[in-house]
Ligand binder design. Structure first.
Ligand SMILES: CC(=O)N[C@H]1[C@@H](OP(=O)(O)OP(=O)(O)OC[C@H]2O[C@@H](n3ccc(=O)[nH]c3=O)[C@H](O)[C@@H]2O)O[C@H](CO)[C@@H](O)[C@@H]1O
Ligand SMILES: C=C(OP(=O)(O)O)C(=O)O
Length: 434
């Protein structure tokens, strides 16, 4: 288990380029399974989860060629279906959440797939029911082995149908869509998730020959085709990393220019940080965060306390609430953080309280933060990173704190943030990997 030793209290300064998007990469990489032709993908982040998925694809028989540090060509011409029966596959697929998205493409193209319960953050229940309900509606037959191994087969092929998803699941929508592009007839998915990464997947599938209408909305209509061809695709910058850098700059009083953000794709992210009083300036496609001694949380028009909560896109992403929470600890004012989607994602506030933050965990979904307005700095402590976003929230807290902190289990952070220690050290941070 690796740790970060962080010496906090020094403002950072400089430019940073966000990595390619982790959660887009996981969808896009699975989509290469839909064609026997080459697919070239660029802006691929060099992070644990993505590297694990590339390794999994390679072991399944996908030819993988590295063209540049962030660009690969994939060709899924000869897939070894027997590999899915091996213990190696079970171990690999069970170690990350993104592996779940091989289900749709494999079922669509080869008529079957199997999968152990996928990994990913332990942040509450993460049901896969929506995925299977959708795939079953198209003709997939699911067999459960215990509660954590799934087999699905469509011996008579998949058939287009209308479905109203019980929830707008991100990876569920990706899976169903990737199965539907090769199904016979028309599939209509209502209550589809529609975040920018899914729009990117849709656009890539269309370039491969898929017929998809309604891209960017919650009503997708997909006319199945017999086969798909190769394409080239470039990943968006990671909006969660961009949000993390905005929060980091504010909390540590740093001046940071975040480059090439694809600002129109960021939805409510900039305005949500502005509600915390953080100044942001758009300079072309870059976001400039000036050094700020103080930032003050807005109230509602009637003066009541602000709530920041998550919602399916175009609402505010749940993956940035831990960052918003930590940044609020040094703001002036009070905010209620309401994490509706996941019930175990706020427990990390215990560590912030140990560092001197004023936070009341009201229940597993809600925490009230009473900002310190920098009257007292947080204190460095030893802590462990419970999940990827809490891990980065703790890193931000440690960089703002007085003295030395140690963050254990930084493998969680490495799942989704590329060389974060080196990149922040280049801005003046003091982070040492132990
Ligand atoms: C690899 C990947 O892309 N992971 C992301 C993906 O996970 P993932 O696709 O696994 O998450 P889902 O969208 O399926 O669901 C997230 C959670 O929200 C709940 N839910 C979802 C939709 C809804 O309308 N109502 C509702 O309550 C689900 O039951 C679940 O607990 O989307 C999540 C929600 O944006 C993000 O946190 C994850 O980072
Ligand atoms: C929860 C997340 O990731 P995963 O779905 O891979 O666990 C995340 O990216 O914040």
């Amino acid at each position: 288990m690796a740790s970060f030793e962080v010496i906090g209290g020094t403002p950072l300064k400089g430019e940073i380029v966000p990595q390619g998007a982790k959660n887009e990469a996981l969808q896009i990489l699975c989509a290469v399974l839909l064609t026997a032709e080459p697919v070239t993908i660029s802006n691929i982040p060099d992070i644990r989860d993505v590297n694990k998925l590339i390794e999994l694809l390679r072991d399944m028989g996908v030819k993988v060629g590295k063209l540049a540090t962030d660009t690969y060509v994939f060709q899924a011409e000869n897939i070894n279906l027997d590999y899915l029966d091996t213990p190696e596959f079970v171990a690999q697929a069970g170690s990350l959440r993104g592996s779940v998205m091989i289900l749709g493409p494999m079922l669509g193209r080869f008529g079957k797939c199997q999968l152990p319960k996928p990994g990913g953050d332990k942040i509450g229940r993460r049901p896969l029911d929506t995925h299977f309900l959708g795939l079953e509606k198209m003709g997939g037959k699911l067999t459960l082995e215990g509660t954590d191994f799934y087999r699905i087969a469509a011996p008579n092929g998949l058939h287009g149908t209308y479905m109203l998803l019980d929830e707008a699941s991100v990876t569920g929508t990706a899976n169903i869509m990737m199965a539907a592009v090769l199904a016979e007839g028309i599939t209509t998915i209502y209550n589809a998730a529609c975040e920018p990464y899914l729009q990117q997947l849709c656009k890539m599938l269309v370039r491969m020959g898929a017929k998809i209408n309604g891209i960017g909305s919650n009503l997708l209509t997909i006319e199945g085709v017999a086969s798909l061809g190769g394409t080239e695709h470039r990943m968006l910058p990671d909006m969660i990393e961009i949000g993390s850098f905005i929060g980091l700059a504010a909390m540590t009083g740093s001046e940071i220019l975040i480059k090439d953000c694809q600002i129109p794709e960021l939805g409510l992210i900039p305005d949500t940080f502005r509600k915390l009083g953080i100044q942001l300036e758009f300079r072309g496609d870059d976001i400039f965060v000036p050094a700020q001694d103080h930032y003050e949380i807005a109230t509602y028009l009637d003066g009541s306390i602000l709530t920041v909560s998550d919602h399916t896109w175009p609402g505010f992403t749940p993956d940035l609430l831990s960052i918003v929470l930590v940044v609020a600890t040094q703001a002036k004012g009070t905010v209620l953080i309401h994490q509706k989607m996941f019930e175990s994602r706020l427990f990390f506030v215990d560590k912030l309280i140990d560092m001197g933050a004023q936070v009341i965990l009201c229940d597993p979904h809600r925490a009230t933060v009473i900002g310190l307005d920098r009257r007292n700095a947080l204190r460095g402590i030893t802590m462990s990173s419970p999940d990827i976003r809490a891990g980065v929230a703790l890193l931000i807290a440690a960089l703002s704190a007085e003295g030395r902190s140690v963050i254990e289990n930084v493998e969680q952070i490495d799942r989704g943030y590329q060389f974060i220690d080196k990149r922040l050290n280049a801005l003046g941070a003091q982070i040492r990997r132990l």
